[in-house]
Design a protein around this ligand. Structure first.
Ligand SMILES: [Zn+2]
Length: 92
């Protein structure tokens, strides 16, 4: 499996997060101030052997929930736009 960070074919086998002490929670947002925010618990991850990035994966229950709620989700902050590198200071 290819690492989404460095692109190497070097992701580990699927591992468990230690759910007794910590579990990553992903909170999405939906339009409307009072709409409940969908929460997804991340129970599994792979680690890249090359760059050591940790790549979390949703289990089947939350994959289905995400598929059902996909069209209602909005970003919690504006999407990052691919930026142009800061221009060097003008010499003159
Ligand atoms: Zn990597």
């Amino acid at each position: 499996m290819r690492c989404p960070v460095c692109g190497e074919e070097s992701l580990s086998p699927l591992a468990d997060f230690d759910t007794a002490s910590s579990m990553a929670r992903i909170l999405f947002k939906r339009p409307g101030f009072l709409e409940p925010r969908p929460v997804f618990l991340v129970r599994h991850a792979r680690v890249c052997r090359s760059c050591f990035a940790v790549v979390p994966f949703l289990d089947e229950q939350y994959q289905r929930k995400l598929a059902e709620e996909w069209d209602t989700l909005i970003p919690v902050a504006p999407d990052a736009t691919p930026g142009t590198p800061p221009s060097p200071e003008s010499p003159s």
